[in-house]
Design a protein around this ligand. Structure first.
Ligand code: MN
Length: 144
């Protein structure tokens, strides 16, 4: 009985390990649904935060493989959240993809200066987003 439980636990661990976790920080419900549905369909484990502050809490607790960060969010915006994340030792090198609806001059530079690894303007190409995420995940897996 004990051995059987152990085997089941191990199988569950392997299944979880092969499934990368993506933390989606986004306050717009339509975008949450679109992105979370697509990423789940692509076999990612998706966590959702609705504010920058929530993103920090979930990121610290769950150590996601990749973070998708909307820039315009209530309570704490994406740029402030990226800056905070980069000061957290355990999350200092977690890949962050910034997403913004307003493609304003200097947006990309502000996101990268805050510590984002990449920047995509909305509407986001889902295929482009997934290939970006997959690139980060495979790099992290081969590095560890
Ligand atoms: Mn927003």
């Amino acid at each position: 009985m004990y051995a059987k439980q152990t085997n089941q636990t191990m199988a569950a661990t392997v299944a979880t390990a092969s499934k990368a976790t993506v933390l989606l920080a986004e306050d717009n419900e339509d975008n949450v649904i679109t992105l979370a549905d697509y990423l789940t369909f692509k076999q990612f484990h998706v966590l959702v935060a609705r504010t920058g502050r929530q993103c920090l809490h979930i990121a610290a607790a769950s150590r996601p493989d990749v973070i998708l960060m909307d820039i315009q969010m209530p309570e704490m915006d994406g740029l402030a959240a990226i800056t905070e994340l980069r000061h957290m030792p355990e999350l200092g090198d977690t890949p962050i993809v910034a997403l913004t609806a307003l493609a304003m001059v200097g947006d990309r530079e502000r996101c990268l200066a805050a510590g984002a690894n990449a920047y995509l303007s909305k509407p986001v190409s889902l295929r482009e987003l997934v290939s970006l995420i997959e690139g980060y995940v495979s790099r992290r897996q081969s590095a560890s």
